[in-house]
Design a protein around this ligand. Structure first.
Ligand code: PLP
Length: 367
C-alpha cells in the first residue's frame, strides 16, 4: 500500500561522508576493542570542547560520560540520582520515554501541565507548585519534542532560580540543540553559575549529524554524579561502540557545512508543512522553532463522525487518517495530550507534498 509515514524521529539524510570515513578507518586500524567505560579520552576531550564552545559549559573531560545514545545518558543519570519513591518533574507534553524511564528507576513522574498559549513551556510558578519534599529532579528539554518549543534565556533563568531554591537536580536534554530556526538561540541551563553543580546536560550526535543508528550520546555534570552514572553503565553495557566513538569524534571536530545544509532543508520543509496544516480549517498549530515535528491541536474535530465512528481523541484522528487517507501521524496521547497529533517532517519534500494533500482532504471530510 502507498502509505505516507510522518512518524520518523530521525533525520532522513545520510551520515556525512567524513564521519563514515572515520569509522572505516577505525575498523582498518583495529580500534575494535573495549574502550574506557566512559569513552575514549580524545572523544571526551572533544565533547568538553564542544560544551565550552557551544554552550558555555565548563567541564573537565573527567566530567564527561559517553553512552549508547542520549537515551542511555538520560537513563544512566536517573538511575544514578533517584531512589525509590523520589519524584521527578516532567513538563507535559513530554517525550514519551521520560515517564517510562522514571518509572523504571522506581521513582514517580510528576507532570506539569503546560499551556498551549505559552508554547507548551513550563513557567517557574508551575515548576514551583509541582515540587514537594520528595522531588529529586526536573527533566527539561529545549528545543522540545514533541512541540519544538525553544525556551528563551530569561525563561531558563527563572526555572533555574526555582531549582536553586529547592535544591533539585535538572536533567537538561539538549539533543535538538542544532535543529533550530528563525534566529532562536539555544541556551544551556548548566551555564548559569548558581546551578552549575545541579544540572546534568545531555546531548549527542544522533539528531545533529544524522547519526541515530551509531548510538552515541553523552552527558556532562558534577564529578560525583558522572562517576555514579559511569558505574551504572559499567555494569550494564560498558563502553559505547569503539567504532561509533571514532565517528562521533570526527563529527564533533570536523566541518559542519552538511549540518547547516540539513538545517536549511528542515527549515524549508517546516515552512511548507506548517503552512499546509494550518490552512486546514479547525486546526491550530504554532510554528515550531526547533526539532522537526509539528504538534497540531485537532480538538475541534472531536464529535465529528466518519463511517459510524465518532472522533473523541487524537488517537481516533490518527487511526482515521491511517485507514482512510493512508497517512501516519502519532497520537498525542503518548506525549501526554489527547488533543494533539504529532507529525514529523523528517521526510522528503515529495512525501510531504503528498501528506499535505491527504491531510487536507481527510480533515475536509470531517468538517
Ligand atoms: N531526547 C529526545 C527529546 C528525543 O526525542 C530523543 C530521540 O528521539 C532522544 C533524547 C534520544 O536520542 P538518542 O538517539 O541519541 O538516544
Amino acid at each position: 500500500m502507498d502509505v505516507v509515514t510522518l512518524t520518523a524521529g530521525e533525520p532522513d539524510f545520510p551520515t556525512p561522508f567524513h564521519i563514515k570515513e572515520a569509522a572505516k578507518k577505525a575498523i582498518e586500524d583495529n580500534l575494535t576493542s573495549y574502550t574506557h567505560n566512559a569513552g575514549i579520552p580524545e572523544l571526551r576531550r572533544a565533547i568538553a570542547d564542544k560544551f565550552r564552545r557551544d554552550n558555555n559549559l565548563l567541564f573537565d573531560p573527567s566530567q564527561i560520560l559517553v553512552s549508547n545514545g542520549a537515551k542511555h545518558s538520560l537513563y544512566n543519570t536517573l538511575k544514578a540520582i533517584c531512589n525509590r519513591g523520589d519524584e521527578v518533574v516532567i513538563p507535559a507534553p513530554y517525550w514519551v520515554s521520560y515517564p517510562q524511564m522514571v518509572t523504571l528507576v522506581e521513582a514517580t513522574p510528576v507532570f506539569v501541565q503546560t499551556k498551549e498559549e505559552n508554547d507548551f513551556k513550563s513557567t517557574s510558578a508551575q515548576l514551583r507548585r509541582a515540587i514537594t519534599r520528595k522531588t529529586k529532579a526536573l527533566i527539561f528539554c529545549t528545543p522540545s519534542n514533541p512541540r519544538g518549543s525553544v525556551y528563551a534565556q530569561e525563561e531558563i533563568e527563572a526555572l533555574s532560580r526555582v531549582a536553586k531554591e529547592t535544591d533539585i537536580y535538572v536533567i537538561s536534554d539538549e539533543i535538538y540543540e542544532k535543529v533550530i530556526y528563525d534566529g532562536a538561540r539555544h541556551f544551556s541551563m548548566g551555564s548559569i553559575p548558581a546551578v552549575r553543580d545541579q544540572v546534568i546536560t545531555v546531548n549527542g550526535v544522533s539528531k545533529a549529524y544524522s547519526m541515530t543508528g551509531w548510538r552515541i550520546g553523552f552527558l556532562g555534570g558534577r564529578k560525583d554524579i558522572v562517576a555514579a552514572a559511569e558505574k551504572v553503565q559499567g555494569q550494564v553495557t560498558s563502553n559505547a561502540s569503539s567504532i561509533s566513538q571514532h565517528a562521533a569524534l570526527a563529527a564533533l571536530t570536523g566541518p559542519d557545512d552538511e549540518l547547516r545544509a540539513m538545517s536549511a532543508e528542515f527549515l524549508r520543509r517546516r515552512n511548507f508543512i506548517h503552512e499546509a496544516v494550518t490552512s486546514i480549517k479547525g486546526i491550530t498549530c504554532k510554528k515550531p522553532r526547533g526539532a522537526f515535528y509539528l504538534f497540531p491541536n485537532v480538538r475541534s474535530f472531536f464529535g465529528r463522525k466518519r463511517k459510524g465512528r465518532t472522533m473523541k481523541s487524537g488517537d481516533d484522528i490518527a487511526e482515521y487518517l491511517l485507514n482512510e487517507e493512508r497517512v501516519v501521524v502519532i497520537p498525542g496521547s503518548g506525549f501526554g495530550s489527547k488533543d494533539h497529533v504529532r507529525l514529523s517532517y523528517a521526510c522528503s519534500m515529495s512525501e510531504l507534498e503528498k501528506a499535505a494533500e491527504r491531510l487536507q482532504r481527510g480533515f475536509k471530510r470531517l468538517e
